[in-house]
Write a protein that binds this ligand. Sequence first.
Ligand SMILES: [Ca+2]
Ligand SMILES: [Ca+2]
Ligand SMILES: [Ca+2]
Ligand SMILES: [Ca+2]
Length: 527
Amino acid sequence: VLLLSRLAQRCSDPITGDLGGACDGLTANAPAQSCLAAQLASLAAGITPPTPTPTATPTPILPPPPPSDCGFPGPVVKPVVPGAEFDATLSPWRQTIPAGQSYEPSAANSSQMAHVAPSGPDRTVLAVREWTYPVYNIVGNAATDCPSTMQSRCFDQVTIEDVYLTRNWNPTGRAIRHVPVPAGIAVRPDPKADSTLVIVDWVHGIEYDFWGCLKYTDGTWKRVSWPTAQGGDGQPHLACQAGGKLYLRGTGINIIGPDTAKGSGLALSAGLVRPEELAPGGTIAHALHLTIAAPASGGPIPPANISDGVGPAYPAAPPEGARLQLRPNIWTDAVIDAQTWTDPEKKIARALRDYGAIIGDAGGSGSDVDLYAESPVYDPTMYDTIPGIDPAPATILFDQTFFTATNFQILLEQAQHGNNDDGSRDLDGDGMFDSFEIANGWFDRFESGSPANGSDDPDGDGLTNLQEQRCLYATWPEYLASWPGFAANPPFQYPCNPYNADTDHDSFGDAVELAAGTDPTDPCSHP
Ligand SMILES: [Ca+2]
Ligand SMILES: [Ca+2]
Ligand SMILES: [Ca+2]
Ligand SMILES: [Ca+2]
């Protein structure tokens, strides 16, 4: 009861970064779910989100002229491989756990694993049709860019939309600009209250994640008008409560500060199991995303960049970002093959052994451990021919004894960094926010006393890492000027990618765009 009441409290608490991940769940979590349902119901009823009391009279953000050339259609910048959105060398999701890794001591491991599967008839749930994430793939030519198995999920016709984010509106309306939305089809977020949606723009190498998307009663993505008094243009726009933008040539970790669709800052697509991987002949070559009821409160560790954890402090409970590994000395291929498991279970077990599972969210009923498979909203038949995947919304995997300290070891945590809700902390004083450093995978370089890397230029585009972080300061002065308190506590919008000389793949390099005053993170804005 205490846990549920705390979940409900968190859920109704409009703190930036607490994205209501506590409202996730596949089974009864009535207080938490009902509060979020009430929020969404009020929005679905056409009520304009509440207006904050302005502390100043900001200059409204006027949308720029409509983009004339966003580069669609165009060649994709990397091959379309579901489960491999992010860079193989940069993303922790795509890296196997090396031998010789350090693990939590036995007592801490036992304590943490007890919080992974805390009580009741615990079981492992693979969310397939509800409470998971649909992925819409934007390509230049669906027929040639996408594998035959992905034709129902690939789209080469788009409309360019500004998607309003209704939860973080401070102080004027906030939006993700110029999102390519599939045209000619009814775009549907996940049907449940988290109402998530992923759009991967393979043409420009950018993923757009959304949480709490508004829906019409038929389940399609809803538009609301954003009044000019709130910084909008008065026109109807697609709307979600929160969202984020990630670069495919990157880690799959959000920069905190702009916004994020998941309470840990991790990409929605990362760790998602795909139908191609579950089908006969497929393999899962990445870590899995794991939701548990009560990750440690506060204290995310990389790769998580923020936390909505509600459990006991680490090391009693594992924090968000913790990585669990199925013990490889016990679970050899021969042992896995000898189990009476389904084929998907065996594949998932191998992935849990070789890549592990990363705790990315708080949720569930308290007796579930939740893994995620790509939602088939655009093609309900997508999983029908895969043996071992139930027609039910969720497939139950393994038994109650699986997620235990006997079977799993947790990688030793780095130091606890505490929550970093606004993303503006800079522990090593090199001018780059911890959040930006974590998002770029510099997990060991943002501590105080570690070497500064603000002056480095790994992509050789002439911009130092510090300049990459600050690139948008230069390109959106009217936005920054309208932000109360900017001088004392500067917020930031999407930084440039320090691993890509042309962050948005619009053929104009980051340094060129900065010099021209266009947005290096937006393919619709260029000289
Ligand atoms: Ca720093
Ligand atoms: Ca650079
Ligand atoms: Ca760059
Ligand atoms: Ca651009």
